[in-house]
Design a protein around this ligand. Structure first.
Ligand code: PBG
Length: 325
């Protein structure tokens, strides 16, 4: 039956009705806050392109985690800025590596109040800034998955609750699952960056993590933004290899990929609202061109509506504050 009998505006007439029939919602439980840990004491290096975010030394990282937990956010994703880098990114596997120290300190201060997700990748740890070991000018897949496996084990031993490989090497989920299981960590979930695109939206992050490639780009391992069918293959393979949660990254230019993943697979989905997406909102808001809070909430909602369960976002604390008023 159509107009005049059907009037969709009837259910938009007041907030109680509108909320009652709201199809999607953002919950504090959905949020993960990314953080950058660096060497030193009392070090706070603001990341210019990402207002409100800083590289933090372990002591200040712990303070920040307490504030995050106070907002109700229950999870953080850690990235490390190491003291030294090497050709293969092996510094990331040291027992006293920067992220390992950060994890132990957070666990000591907050126990299991915060779920710690450890990003697994070599780009912050290699001298050349690529995500793995270089052979003949390109990242060698099978050598790289060995360092990623070592890094995963080391961070799990340090206390990481979830392992999140972001490198886009083939077969790494299987290799990481194997090394974790072999060492008794069969209960540690893998959140795989399954469909990660070679995106311009990572620009500000590379300043934050000091991880820009010194030559070339990441197009031989990260996905072509033109492809959607291929994303389904990537995700299917990662599930087959043992991923517990799959991620689509970036989020906003890839909402179609999130939706297609939701319609195709039955597995929890994370979406990474990446640095460039965050910085664009901040820049426009600083100019008075948009209402930052409103846009922040609308973006988070759009990611949920697309089908994501988990949102990794630099807005996590701010979203939590809005949700708890
Ligand atoms: C590491 C990694 C990157 C991001 C997360 N993990 C950068 C990249 O692939 O170059 C990007 C996160 C962001 O932009 O917020 N490989």
């Amino acid at each position: 039956m159509s107009f005049p009998v059907t009037r969709l505006r009837r259910l938009r007439r007041n907030p109680i009705l509108r909320n009652m029939i709201s199809e999607s919602q953002v919950r504090i439980d959905d949020l993960i806050m990314p953080l950058f840990v660096c060497p030193g004491k009392k070090v706070e290096n603001p990341i210019k392109s990402m207002p409100g975010n800083s590289q933090l030394s372990v002591d200040l990282l712990v303070e920040e985690c307490k504030k995050i937990a106070d907002t109700g956010v229950k999870s953080v994703l850690l990235f490390g800025i190491p003291e030294h880098k090497d050709e293969h990114g092996l510094v990331a596997c040291e027992e006293n590596g920067i992220v390992q120290k950060g994890i132990r300190a957070i666990k000591k201060a907050l126990n299991d109040k915060l779920l710690i997700v450890a990003d697994i990748c070599n780009c912050e740890y290699t001298t050349h800034g690529h995500c793995g070991t270089i052979v003949n000018g390109d990242v060698d897949n099978d050598l790289t998955i060995e360092t990623l496996a070592k890094q995963s084990l080391s961070l799990t031993q340090a206390g990481a609750d979830v392992i999140a490989p972001s490198d886009m090497m083939d077969g790494r989920v299987k290799r990481i699952r194997q090394i974790l299981d072999d060492n008794g960590f069969y209960n540690t979930p893998i959140m795989s960056y399954a469909a990660k695109y070679a995106s311009g939206f990572y620009g500000p992050f590379r300043e934050a993590a000091e991880s820009a490639p010194k030559f070339g780009d990441r197009k031989s391992y990260q996905m072509n933004p033109a492809n959607s069918d291929e994303a389904m293959r990537e995700i299917a393979l990662d599930i087959e290899e043992g991923a517990d949660i799959v991620m689509v990254k970036p989020a906003l230019s890839y909402l179609d990929i999130i939706r297609r993943t939701k319609d195709t697979f039955n597995i929890p989905i994370a979406a990474y609202n990446v640095s460039g997406e965050f910085s664009m909102v901040k820049a426009a808001a600083a100019n008075g061109w948009i209402d930052e809070e409103r846009i922040m909430m609308e973006i988070a909602l759009s990611i949920k509506r697309a089908g994501a369960d988990i949102i990794i976002t630099y807005f996590a604390k701010d979203i939590a504050k809005v949700l708890s008023r």
